[in-house]
Design a binder for this molecule. Sequence first.
Ligand code: NI
Length: 174
Amino acid sequence: MTARPVIIAPDPRLKVKCAPVESVDAEVRTLMDDMLESMHAAKGIGLAAPQVGIHKRVIVVDIRGEDKKPKPLCLANPELVWKSDDTIVHEEGCLSLPEHYAEVTRPEKVKVRFLDYDGNEREIEADGLLGTCIQHEMDHLEGILFVDHLSSLKRNIILRKLTKTKRLNNGDSG
Ligand code: NI
């Protein structure tokens, strides 16, 4: 497994609609392994393939329970089959928008169909933090970031700060 660098917003590579995988083959499994490695290295709870520059419909999540044991989930071609009318507000962050957090409203519960690490079709019902996390990662596959759920005012403040940080890191004086 190799951790791959995570792309930081704003970046056009994070705004691309991703293509489905044909099947979960060795290449996709390597991508899933690398994504889990990258996510764990960055202490994240979810990561989508476009965040490491791969425009395929693959996401990984790992919400640890009370026992703190890893519970990695790999989802290829995730599809929303049902969502609740009830909504929930969670403070969200993103490895592509480091150090920025904001409250986002989403359906409280979702049912998602996907191909797992072994290529088997599965369905899960997710609520709470897991439900929010899966929806956040699925958004990435459409080129949507959590800041796109905020007002343009709030979004622009965050994106401007990120642009500034990037410039500083690149050694530009501007
Ligand atoms: Ni994210």
